[in-house]
Write a protein that binds this ligand. Structure first.
Ligand SMILES: Nc1ncnc2c1ncn2[C@@H]1O[C@H](COP(=O)(O)OP(=O)(O)OP(=O)(O)O)[C@@H](O)[C@H]1O
Ligand SMILES: [Mg+2]
Length: 423
């Protein structure tokens, strides 16, 4: 009997230590008047955000995105209105307590310059009273999670990090105490486009695992499409112009303000809505560096492909090999083939994949998993097929919509006729 009791106690407490999923957020008539300005910066915003959802605020500069975001963790006190997190009214609770439940990451990364990377990440876990050893483990775990080697980065100071690395540490710090809610204000605004792309992919991967509720501010609509489950397009004073899924906003913008924000090329932007994980990858022949030359040769000669992919000992894409390369190899593959220099992950968008395929001389790109292991190959044909399917689905949806409208109209006409006959 005592055994069972012990077993269940330890399992129970381990469970209680972690909140892995997000919380609901409700904003109710949230308003902010800054002193000295007769107009409110944010005027009566109401919004329901679901648990585990990523919501993006986009809108012109000065429309109140940051003000609205900072009212959620009360870095800015609302002038009026309510904030509820998981149905609990947090508008009047101690803001310091509130902020422990809410991770916060900003553009400049906001790291404390006089603290090491580890000290920065440990900040909130320490504040909420975690034991020393638990904090230490957590710091390592977080660094690992955001793709920084703990041994290398642990003791560094923020000034010795690149912009992208600082952002990663900023995200690690925001996540350290495992808060159900994460607020991010243009967190990737200050890094170059390629690093930004990687950080976005990273965030998508993290969110796949963690299911936090994320509110994310950006003025980059492509970023919004890529990251958001729903996007709130805001006009001046944070009035909501449209709050919907990226698909709905792209295919059905409510008005000119929203279509202006979506910008030109809505069809191409559809490519940002589909991920590599959602397309069907054709089989592609692979060999490993340890395979004997003869068997590689046989594989190339017998199969339908005139190219294959050589993987390294850790199953990562290493070299593309064509028939001609083997002819010229003369017994050693050391110099044969073309090294793989670009790969995409399954979380990359078709837009990213297209970019990679277009810039690759062979017109294909290898897809890899989290540890760089080979998963498949995407080529122009795969992408064309997917785009055709996307466009066809859009076309069918439009026809269906039209059909519904016509049906509605004919019912109306019938009703009018009946009404007319009766009179
Ligand atoms: N501390 C403050 N005191 C007075 N006015 C402020 C203060 N902070 C912001 N404002 C004003 O409130 C409005 C909204 O600002 P906010 O920073 O929320 O906009 P934003 O949408 O985040 O803009 P951006 O995209 O440029 O970051 C702006 O007109 C701004 O000038
Ligand atoms: Mg702002």
């Amino acid at each position: 009997m005592s055994e069972t009791a012990n077993g269940s106690t330890s399992a129970g407490s381990a469970e209680a230590e972690r909140t892995t999923s997000g919380a609901t957020i409700q904003l109710e008539d949230l308003t902010k008047h800054y002193p000295g300005n007769p107009n409110p910066a944010v005027d009566s915003v109401s919004m329901d955000i679901k648990a585990g959802e990523t919501v993006i605020f986009v809108g012109p500069s000065g429309c109140g995105k940051s003000t609205t975001l900072k009212m959620i963790n009360r870095l800015i006190e609302p002038s009026s209105g309510r904030i509820r997190i998981n149905d609990e009214d947090v508008t009047d609770i101690d803001p310091v307590k509130l902020r422990r439940k809410i991770g916060y990451a900003i553009q400049s990364s906001g790291l404390f310059p006089h603290m090491t990377v580890a000290e920065n990440i440990a900040l909130v876990p320490k504040m909420v009273g975690w034991s020393k050893s638990k904090v230490k483990d957590r710091v390592e775990e977080m660094l690992d999670l955001v793709g920084l080697d703990p041994r290398e980065f642990h003791g560094r100071y923020p000034r010795a990090l690149s912009g992208g690395q600082q952002q990663r540490v900023g995200v690690a710090r925001a996540l350290a105490a495992d808060p159900p809610v994460l607020l991010m204000d243009e967190p990737f605004g200050a890094v170059d486009p390629i690093t930004r792309d990687h950080l976005q992919d990273e965030l998508i991967r993290l969110q796949h695992e963690l299911h936090k509720t994320i509110v994310f501010v950006t003025h980059d609509f492509d970023e919004a499409i890529k990251l958001g489950d729903r996007i709130a397009v805001l006009r001046e004073r944070s009035h909501i112009a449209q709050f919907d899924t990226p698909e709905a906003i792209l295919t059905n913008p409510t008005d000119d303000f929203v279509s202006g924000f979506v910008g030109a090329g809505a069809a191409l932007k559809r490519l940002n809505l589909t991920r590599v994980r959602d397309v069907e990858m054709a089989a592609f022949p692979t060999v490993t560096v340890d395979d004997p030359l003869q068997s590689i040769f046989n594989k190339l000669r017998s199969g339908p492909h005139n190219e294959l992919l050589m993987l390294d000992r850790r199953n990562r894409p290493y070299k593309w090999l064509r028939r001609g390369d083997l002819m010229r190899a003369r017994g050693s593959l050391a110099r044969a083939g073309q090294l793989v220099h670009d790969t995409v992950t399954r979380d990359a968008t078709l837009h990213d994949a297209l970019e990679a395929v277009l810039t690759d001389s062979g017109g294909r790109v290898a897809v890899t998993g989290r540890r760089g292991e080979f998963i498949g190959v995407v080529d122009m044909q795969t992408l064309m097929n997917s785009v055709h399917e996307l466009l066809e689905a859009d076309r069918l949806a439009a026809i269906e919509h039209q059909h519904d409208l016509e049906e509605l109209r004919s019912h109306q006409t019938e009703a009018e006729l009946e009404g007319g006959a009766g009179a």
